[in-house]
Design a protein around this ligand. Structure first.
Ligand SMILES: C[S@@+](CC[C@H](N)C(=O)[O-])C[C@H]1O[C@@H](n2cnc3c(N)ncnc32)[C@H](O)[C@@H]1O
Ligand code: SF4
Ligand code: SF4
Length: 385
């Protein structure tokens, strides 16, 4: 399916929820905290790569991963009934044999779920291909949007070097080809690539883009970031964090993408904001649904409001609802809003928040059109914060 038509379907589904979303975001959340509408579930930290920019692979421990029975017990509660967007990540999700059943479980337990996303290395095609195929088919039957991305951090050896996997590029390509074929046959399935650029693969960023274009594959470029709850990589900040060379390159790379992308695409929204942040000393102007309506659940049951919050408890010990609405937890979330959000680089589900905030979104559209016309005047469009 083309990215444009998937986008239209996604917008239509999102639009159907707008009156309720607006009421929730602007009215309800001001009076009373609202239930989560976005959920990230890191289903395992077990991994089939040993990446240079993420240390989840060091924390893989199958024995501490919640089983499906445990997960079902946790999700069997009306508290989860507002979740609309689910992202399953890790670690490598396809290292779990029960990944398709997991998606089926979430479908049963999350009545408002309309979109599921999975990021994968694609490095183990004989597992990833059948698992993802079953999920695509299941989602098609249930009228759910499903989006999957294979991570690709270089063409050929550079990918192997970043991920520390022999023949990693060839293996990922096998999964990519099968998924691209599947996306052509299922209109509920959007498939693409994800790349994380940092010092090791900076020179390959344009190659990755060119390669994706020749294959007609959608691609998203992640901004390098450091978070223990999500990537276990705070220890890497001092060694691989951006220096001026990487900042200059990435700012202009992101602005180039804004020029080329449709302004209505989530990517354009994110890239312009990242270019802003690099230019303005990392002041965030992007919205984030996790400030008021998100949760991050880790493999062992530890619960976080977002990738930068403290652990608010463990769902195997106390109900998620208790942890989420506890006064001390909510006070912590307020504290994050003041102390961490202003410089946070997380892109997680950012479009969910963006589409619900009409005035800032309209302002973004106007700026994006100006930057598209002339990226050299980007600094003149920077919003005052
Ligand atoms: C943590 S991985 C989990 C899923 C799967 N293992 C994979 O690599 O696709 C999810 C995404 O995070 C990206 N990522 C890894 N390290 C990152 C970092 N330091 N900053 C930003 N994104 C990162 C990966 O490239 C991948 O696209
Ligand atoms: S980026 Fe993905 S593959 Fe790489 S270590 Fe992290 S979780 Fe594993
Ligand atoms: S710290 Fe980042 S991820 Fe967490 S709520 Fe704030 S902006 Fe969102």
């Amino acid at each position: 399916m083309s990215t444009e038509s998937f986008r239209l379907r996604y917008l239509a589904k999102a639009a159907a929820g707008v009156p309720r979303d607006l009421a929730n975001t602007f009215i309800a959340s001001a009076i009373h905290p609202i239930r989560p509408t976005v959920l990230i579930y890191n289903c395992t930290f077990v991994c089939d790569a040993r990446c240079e920019m993420c240390h989840n692979w060091k924390h893989g421990d199958r024995k501490s991963d919640m089983t499906l029975d445990q997960l079902d017990g946790v999700m069997n509660h009306r508290f989860w009934g507002a979740v609309e967007n689910l992202n399953i990540s890790g670690g490598e999700p396809t290292t779990r044999n029960d990944l398709p059943e997991m998606v089926e479980l979430f479908h049963r337990r999350l009545p408002r779920m309309r979109k599921v996303g999975i990021n994968t290395t694609g490095l183990t095609p004989h597992r990833a291909i059948p698992q993802l195929t079953r999920i695509v088919k299941f989602c098609a039957e249930k009228n759910l949007l499903f989006s999957a991305r294979v991570s690709l951090d270089g063409i050929g050896d550079i990918h192997n070097q970043v991920r520390h996997v022999e023949r990693g590029f060839d293996k990922a390509c096998e999964t990519i080809a099968a998924m691209q074929d599947l996306a052509g046959r299922y209109s509920n399935f959007q498939f693409g690539l994800a790349a994380t650029i940092f010092a090791t693969n900076l020179e390959d960023a344009t190659n990755i883009l060119a390669w994706a274009r020749t294959k007609n594959l959608d691609i998203v470029f992640n901004m390098l970031r450091f978070t223990d709850a999500m990537l276990n990589n705070k220890d890497l900040q001092s060694t691989i964090g951006f220096q001026k060379r990487e900042e200059d390159f990435m700012r202009s790379f992101f602005l180039d993408r804004v020029q080329e992308e449709s302004v209505l695409s989530g990517q354009s929204f994110m890239y312009l904001h990242y270019a802003d942040m690099i230019a303005n000393g990392y002041i965030r102007t992007m919205p984030c649904p996790f400030q008021s309506q998100g949760l991050l659940l880790n493999p062992d049951g530890k619960l976080f409001y977002c990738e930068n919050s403290k652990e608010i408890g463990n769902v195997l010990e106390e109900p998620a609802e208790t942890l989420y609405f506890r006064a001390a937890s909510l006070a912590h979330r307020e504290d994050i809003k003041h102390k961490v959000c202003p410089t946070c680089l997380s892109p997680c589900q950012v479009n969910v928040g963006a589409m619900k905030q009409f005035v800032p979104y309209a302002k973004f559209l106007m700026r994006a059109y100006r930057v598209k016309r002339d990226p050299t005047r980007h600094l003149e469009t920077l919003p005052t914060t």
